[in-house]
Design a protein around this ligand. Structure first.
Ligand code: URA
Length: 239
């Protein structure tokens, strides 16, 4: 890729700033500062230094995003802010892993690692998704028993077994639910199937990854190497 694009993608500066650094001789490629912004470089094979410091280029990047309500899980939208509006454009090919509804909050992974994303979303992998839910209605152990064997939500097949933990059973109930699928509006439709309405939904876990509660809604951070390793191990996890 172009040297100036690489440096801007790596957030060394804006495109204009990095062009200036290059022209001022502050950027070297394999030790030479006789380089041009438009020069094609390969960060995997060449040593690129900026102000004397070697750059460590990461091919893949993994962002944990705390999605706020009111933004859509898409790359572009005519009407709403998208989740991508919150994330630095550090790498091309960044996409959210799966979708959360407009009003759903919580953990959303955003990466350019297509293979990992594909694995995490593959129905065959049964990756756990854990949600905190507030329900308009009294949630009972009968609901938990129904969810444990699967419910009809208007699709050709029942939902896969889901684990429901009732934290508060009251006119407005609080529960935690773990599912291993990602059907459209799945949690809302599961509760509709037992005559109740979801009034608040927040994803708190995906696979081995837990939402970092120090991230406020709208904030993101890169995953740690350990979190990435845990996610990559993912794939054979069942409820
Ligand atoms: N289930 C839903 O109904 N909505 C979401 O955003 C995620 C799961």
């Amino acid at each position: 890729m172009r040297l100036d694009k690489l440096l801007a993608d790596m957030q060394i500066g804006t495109r204009n700033e990095v062009k200036r650094y290059i022209r001022q001789g502050n950027v070297t490629v394999n030790g030479s500062c006789r380089v041009q912004p438009k020069q094609q470089v390969n960060p995997m094979e060449q040593e690129i230094c900026c102000f004397g410091k070697p750059l460590t280029y990461q091919k893949y990047v993994y962002y944990m995003f705390h999605k706020p309500g009111g933004c859509v899980t898409a790359r572009k939208d005519q009407k709403y802010k998208t989740v991508m509006d919150y994330i630095p454009k550090s790498h091309s090919g960044l996409s959210p892993v799966g979708r959360l509804d407009l009003d759903t909050e919580g953990l959303l992974l955003i990466t350019n690692d297509g293979a990992l994303s594909h694995n995490l979303l593959s129905p065959a992998k049964h990756v756990k998704k854990i949600y905190e839910v507030r329900i308009d209605g009294i949630v009972t152990e009968e609901d938990a028993a129904l969810f444990a064997v699967g419910v009809e939500i208007g699709d050709s097949t029942k939902t896969k077994p889901a684990k429901l933990i009732i934290k508060k059973s009251a006119p407005v109930s609080e529960v935690e639910i773990t599912i291993t699928e990602g059907r459209y509006h799945q949690i809302k439709r599961m509760f509709q199937a037992v005559g109740k309405e979801v009034v608040y939904l927040k994803r708190i876990g995906m696979g081995n990854l837990k939402l970092d509660e120090t991230l406020s809604p709208g904030a993101y951070r890169e995953l740690t190497a350990q979190e990435v390793a845990l996610l990559k191990e993912q794939g054979e996890t069942y409820v």
